[in-house]
Design a protein around this ligand. Structure first.
Ligand SMILES: Nc1ncnc2c1ncn2[C@@H]1O[C@H](COP(=O)(O)OP(=O)(O)O)[C@@H](O)[C@H]1O
Ligand SMILES: [Mg+2]
Length: 479
């Protein structure tokens, strides 16, 4: 962060200063007292189970310069506010405004799927050209976004921000903390459909990003998604389009997957064409890479530099199409970070591309889909069988719809009832439902071996990333 005195912090957040206002924050701003180091500002968040304000003495012992908190504590100089989350946002807004005045370029990314993947690509591409800050993990909300902003300093040229949305108004609020000059909208799908109600409402909410852009800014819109390209009239910024299918300013042609399901394509921008070979897995990453490319071009990079940096960018965040080979030759694809119909489709498409003796999909439920959830689970089971997956294992009561969908498709496909198609001589049925992770672990430990490729995917709350780690044993623990 840029160096601020506690008096400046108090002024920025309109808080009451209790203690020595000349103390200077020289370190970072954080909300976890266990991570505090000398010179940091500890933000004490009220939580459901613990109150951060109780940890101000611990932060003091670890060397914090001060605390942003709801009540004064003699252990540290405190800036006292009623709402520390709102104050954190205001502090980030003040710092962001100063940095932008000094030339910082901020790029915001939103969409239903692929925000983290795209920010990881874009962060690496921009870093090839100048000092770049991009979020850790999925820091994309009212706490993670300002904390990310506050890690930028006078040396930072590019700031990449992931902007998540749980409802109308959220992205607009994040843009008031850090108004981007470049805004990227990836897609409008069914993530959090239950909370939003409809895809139209999601499109309205995601479009808040392009509405916040300034006249001199750039909106990067995915022309392959009608709801995204439909946002063009909502911005005063210049619009740059990306597309694999549709004609667009920044395009991918000649898309192929290599033997590890990593996409290669030709990046076309204006009259220039450059080959790209991604290090990340799955054809869905082409759209993410194009969005990152268009944003980097808007930020001033050249097409050959962007193509080279995209090809060098590795996977950064865990549990997103993380491909690991066990010593005995079993391949585990851990995509258990989250799940919705679009990302399930993308993951199955990648799975069938991976070479192996047998392809196995271990699928848990997709959360937060609202009233369409049953139909979506049934469709997933059907699509898995149609895609040619050799063994479809659904896990947990909420995923029972996947099982029934898979059974229905199999009997439709073979012209037999599911009973007729069942196992012979103790061989495992090709469509299996298991009650929980432990049952899945036991069955898969016995069943899987060299040459098999297994995808593990579900919404995060079902904890299947642990199943993937268990399958990998010591290999999983080490990575
Ligand atoms: N463009 C995309 N279209 C469909 N699915 C995607 C796309 N990009 C990533 N995914 C999948 O969506 C899931 C979440 O990816 P992530 O990058 O973490 O997105 P987000 O941050 O938007 O939740 C992963 O399973 C990933 O493989
Ligand atoms: Mg994310």
């Amino acid at each position: 962060m840029i160096t601020l005195t506690l008096a400046e912090v108090a002024a920025a957040v309109d808080g009451e200063l209790v203690g020595d206002g000349t103390r200077t924050v020289t370190g970072t701003v954080l909300v976890d007292s266990r991570a505090v180091a000398a010179g940091d500002l500890f933000v004490a968040l009220p939580g459901e189970r613990v109150d951060g304000a109780d940890f101000v003495p611990a932060a003091a012992a670890a060397g914090a310069a001060g605390a942003l908190t709801t009540r004064p504590d003699p252990a540290l100089p405190c800036v006292v506010v009623a709402d520390p989350v709102a104050a954190l946002g205001r502090l980030a807004a003040t710092v962001h405004e100063r940095l932008v005045a000094d030339g910082l370029v901020t790029i915001g990314i939103t969409g239903s799927s692929g925000k983290t993947s795209t920010k990881d690509l874009l962060g690496q591409v921009l870093a090839a050209s100048a000092a770049t800050v991009s979020p850790q993990g999925s820091f994309n909300n009212d706490i993670g976004l300002p904390l990310t902003v506050l890690t930028a300093d006078a040396g930072t040229r590019y700031l990449v921000l992931e902007m998540g949305s749980r409802g109308p108004g959220h992205i607009a609020r994040l843009c008031r903390i850090a108004r981007p000059a470049i805004g990227v909208v990836l897609n409008v799908g069914s993530a959090h459909l239950g909370e939003f109600g409809s895809a139209e409402v999601i499109a309205v909410a995601k479009g808040e990003l392009v509405e916040a852009l300034p006249a001199g800014g750039t909106a990067v819109l995915n022309a392959d998604d009608p709801r995204v390209i439909g946002m063009a009239p909502r911005t005063v910024a210049r619009v740059v389009t990306t597309g694999v299918e549709a004609p667009a300013d920044v395009r991918a042609t000649d898309v192929v997957l290599d033997e590890q399901a990593r996409p290669r394509f030709t990046l076309q921008a204006g009259s220039e064409e450059h080959p790209v070979a991604l290090q990340v897995v799955g054809v869905h990453q082409v759209a993410n890479a194009l969005s990152a490319a268009a944003a980097a071009l808007a930020a001033g990079m050249t097409p050959p530099a962007v193509a080279a940096a995209l090809s060098a960018a590795g996977p950064r965040s865990r549990w997103r199409m993380e491909v690991t080979r066990r010593a005995d030759g079993l391949t585990v694809v851990n995509d258990a970070y989250n799940a919705n119909p679009e990302s399930m489709r993308a993951a199955l498409a990648a799975l069938v591309q991976l070479p192996g003796r047998r392809r196995v999909a271990v699928l848990g439920a997709m959360g937060e889909l609202g009233p369409g959830a049953d139909a979506a689970h049934a469709r997933l089971g059907r699509d898995a069988v149609r895609a040619g997956i050799d063994l479809v294992v659904s896990v947990g009561p909420d995923a029972i719809g996947v099982h029934t969908g898979a059974l229905a498709e199999r009997s439709a496909g073979t012209g037999t009832s599911s009973d007729d198609a069942a196992q012979e001589d103790g061989a495992l049925d090709s469509v299996v439902h298991l009650p929980d992770r432990e049952a899945a672990r036991r069955l898969l430990a016995e069943e899987l071996g060299a040459g098999d490729v297994v995808l593990v995917k579900a919404s995060r709350s079902y904890g299947l990333e642990q199943l993937a780690a268990d399958l990998l044993g010591a290999d999983g623990a080490a990575s």
